[in-house]
Design a protein around this ligand. Structure first.
Ligand code: GLA
Length: 383
């Protein structure tokens, strides 16, 4: 990949790249929509991701080009950028904007991106492009930013520049992921543990519903606000910084404070999901795949009924998977509203599962999903 990209870079800019970097995408095994509520999440990095080749220039210009998209931009190097339309290069532009708040960037850059994460699939293509840019600039310019600071910077880009009030899970997972490992991340304290993700004779399978995630951003921000409302209501009697400070049992005592049915459903999901992650992390470490799978199904059900971020496409995948004997557990992953589901599938059953799921899904939804066995890869790196 590095050589192919170097050739492309040469064809595009007429010089060799000075350096090449990679950052993966991620799947979240369980713990959905709770990172912005101070909850526990259990993501891992995948092997799909974003590559970035760069070379400095003396023109004081940042040139953004991508192998994937036709739009490109030449932007003078200066502080104080704002988002410029819907183009892909806003993600890296936001990273330059954040870095320029605290550091001098002494040269311009010629940048060429290539990604193989399906865009809008919920596998964090945006965190991947943000983190690869932040990582590359940090490494190339030897900036004084450690991996966590870089993750926090990328999150600020998503929140303040792009305008999605997301939590820290995606940026953290794509920066800190390790091969064949999952991350147990406490999104309140940012304490984390890298744990083995040993699925024995099963594989992690990603199912892309191929449903474009149309209104995802506005619906996402709406959920974040609903959780803030729930927190304010509970704070009439308890003192909480985050919803996930309450266990499900404690929540029983205070939930009468939330009269609105929708807000109550959102808070119930958040608090129960957090408990499920604790159980799931234990099940994973003990090799209890059946229990892990049960928790995955329970998580999906809650995201469907209480948090209302699933949809008929994701539900169809999970509904089929639950009837397929070689699947131990399945659920939507990421923000929802389309995008991807994951399943834990017995090795050797991939072709049969793909075939039968596709027939079921096509009959119900009208077009085909994509199914791929996922490897768990490493986080941001220089290659
Ligand atoms: C998106 C956000 C994450 C997280 C998930 C849902 O991927 O970027 O911060 O909230 O949705 O768990």
């Amino acid at each position: 990949m590095k050589e192919q990209l170097a050739t492309k870079f040469y064809d595009t800019y007429g010089q060799q790249p000075a350096a090449t970097y990679f950052t993966p995408g991620r799947v979240n095994l369980i713990g959905e929509h709770i990172d912005y509520n101070g909850g526990l999440v259990l993501p891992c990095a995948i092997t799909l991701g974003t590559w970035l080749c760069l070379a400095p220039n003396n023109d004081q210009v940042i040139r953004f080009k991508s192998v994937n998209f036709p739009e490109e931009a030449n932007i003078p190097l200066q502080a104080g950028y704002t988002k410029d339309g819907p183009g892909w290069y806003n993600y890296p532009l936001g990273v330059f904007n954040e870095i320029l708040k605290n550091f001098q960037i002494p040269v311009g850059f010629d940048l060429l991106y290539f990604g193989n994460i399906p865009v809008g699939s919920g596998l964090s293509s945006s965190a991947s492009i943000e983190v690869v840019t932040a990582y590359a600039l940090t490494a190339y310019l030897e900036l004084d930013l450690d991996r966590l600071a870089l993750v926090q910077l990328a999150k600020r880009v998503e929140n303040d520049f792009i305008g999605v009030n997301s939590g820290i899970m995606d940026q953290f997972a794509v920066a800190f992921g390790e091969k064949d490992k999952a991350i147990v991340l406490n999104c309140d304290t940012l304490d984390y543990k890298i744990v083995a993700c040993d699925l024995g004779d099963h594989n992690l399978v990603i199912i892309n519903t191929n449903k474009p995630r149309g209104l995802a951003e506005s619906k996402y921000n709406e959920r974040v606000e609903e959780c803030q409302t729930a927190l304010q209501l509970l704070n009439q009697e308890v003192k909480l910084n985050n919803l996930c400070e309450l266990t499900a049992a404690e929540f029983e005592k205070y939930k009468h404070l939330i009269k609105d049915e929708t807000i109550l459903k959102r808070a119930t999901h958040v608090i129960e999901e957090n408990d499920r992650v604790n159980l799931a992390a234990k099940a994973l470490s003990e090799g209890e795949l059946e229990e892990f799978g049960r928790l995955m199904y329970a998580s999906h059900q809650s995201l469907k009924d209480l948090y209302e971020v699933s949809g008929q496409e994701l539900d169809a995948v999970v509904e089929f998977s639950a009837t397929y004997p070689a699947v131990t557990g399945a659920r939507m992953t990421g923000a929802g509203f389309g995008g991807c589901a994951i399943a834990i599938l017995k090795k050797g059953q991939e072709d049969d599962y793909r075939e039968k799921l596709t027939a079921f899904y096509e009959a119900k939804i009208g077009y085909a999903p994509e199914v791929y066995v996922s490897e768990i890869g490493s986080g941001a790196t220089t290659i």
